[in-house]
Design a protein around this ligand. Structure first.
Ligand code: GAL
Length: 380
């Protein structure tokens, strides 16, 4: 199957050489072994949105690393609008890019574009988010998304005093009132995060240590369309005025992403929970180590986040792209977990880390991800 694709790829690249000899994208590739001169190749990079700084960091890292390797890059952001992203990818294909790297908005909405890419012999790498419902996704670079969810729930349990950071039991038995949030249902990752988190929390729900007072535990009930901060803030406000109007307090909130965490925290602060955990805010988790949230963790407002080093993800995307463009196959370390409904997509998964106030220095500052000044100011 793979080798058939590669014959097609070599052919299309050779064709591109003739068809696009007027210059511009798509004129590279086509060596005997499928390899070509990076200077003649353009990579299309489709990113979802610039409203979240993580995707800006991803886009910049992928672009600069590809450019360092000698490729030209067409980087586009789609303002979280599905038709815009489809159109951007269509245009990249029409321009004749040599390879596509795509972080999708809706993982099921790109089947037509990817069919066109396949027809043109353009390999497609799904970036961070899996693209579903198509055979035309060749590789997937991401983090161990299930484990991200496990880490989010673990940090919640640590914050509540149920577990120690090393995973051993810390002794607290609650009962603790916890509310749950998930990401956007059209993002495959949201399901992995939530599954990992719920598998970790379930034993404590079952034995009564954790009580989900609203009763909202199904992913459809707790999802946040497009991962929007305002949407999460609104749902938290609604929970506070409905479930918690009797004066009982929320002790913890499972949040799958820092933007959502900040919306939740704003709702809680507005409802009089205080300005810090010490002053009465619940334990709120997160993801992405966005600078605004890292500052909040440093200040004792948000409890934790998950650090996914976007520089490493970009590096992996670039390594995988180079493999395709040199006529090889990228190296996968997981060929089981990411079934997109049509096939299991060969994947490379990276590891993530839990960030607490006490390891901001070692994880984020010492690694050069954020500077001390950025952490202090909360500005990138
Ligand atoms: C997910 C991604 C998370 C977070 C979220 C919201 O797909 O894996 O790291 O960024 O989107 O943007």
């Amino acid at each position: 199957m793979k080798s058939i694709r590669f014959v097609a790829l070599g052919g299309a690249l050779a064709l591109g050489l003739t068809a696009c000899s007027g210059g511009g994208a798509g004129s590279g590739g086509g060596g005997e072994d499928g390899g070509g001169d990076p200077a003649d190749m353009t990579i299309g990079v489709a990113m979802p949105t610039e409203t979240s700084e993580r995707w800006i960091a991803d886009g910049n890292a992928v672009k600069s690393q590809l450019e360092e390797a000698g490729y030209s890059v067409d980087l586009q952001y789609a303002a979280d609008d599905i038709p815009t992203q489809s159109q951007q990818i269509d245009q990249m294909i029409t321009k004749g890019v040599d390879l596509l790297i795509v972080a999708s908005i809706d993982g099921t909405a790109l089947a037509n574009q990817l069919q066109a890419a396949a027809d043109a012999g353009i390999p497609v790498i799904a970036y961070d988010r899996l693209i579903n419902g198509t055979e035309n996704v060749d590789f997937y670079v991401t983090f161990d998304n299930y484990n991200v969810g496990v880490q989010q729930a673990t940090s919640l349990l640590v914050g509540l005093g149920i577990l120690n950071e090393d995973g051993s039991e810390a002794g607290a038995t609650g009962p603790f009132n916890v509310e749950l949030f998930a990401g956007s249902l059209d993002d495959n990752n949201a399901h992995f995060f939530y599954q990992g988190a719920m598998d970790t929390l379930q034993p404590y729900i079952d034995n009564g240590t954790i009580v989900v007072k609203s009763g909202q535990t199904g992913i459809e009930q707790v999802a946040t369309l497009r991962w929007l901060q305002e949407t999460a803030q609104k749902r938290m406000e609604d929970l506070l005025t409905s479930t918690y109007s009797d004066g009982t307090k929320v002790n913890g909130v499972l949040s799958p992403y820092d933007g959502i965490s900040r919306g939740i925290i704003t709702a809680l602060q507005n409802a009089g929970y205080g300005d810090s955990i010490e002053a009465g805010l619940p334990i709120v988790t997160g993801q992405d180590a966005e600078i605004a949230s890292v500052k909040l963790i440093n200040d004792g407002v948000q409890y934790s986040t998950i650090f996914k080093d976007t520089r490493k993800l970009a590096e992996q995307a670039v390594t995988s792209a180079e493999a395709f463009l040199e006529g090889d196959e990228p190296e996968a370390n997981n060929t089981e977990d990411y079934d997109n409904g049509v096939k299991v997509v060969p994947s490379f998964l990276l590891e993530s880390d839990i960030v607490y106030a006490d390891n901001i220095q070692s994880l984020l500052i010492d690694s050069g991800y954020w500077t001390e000044e950025q952490v202090a100011s909360g500005q990138a």
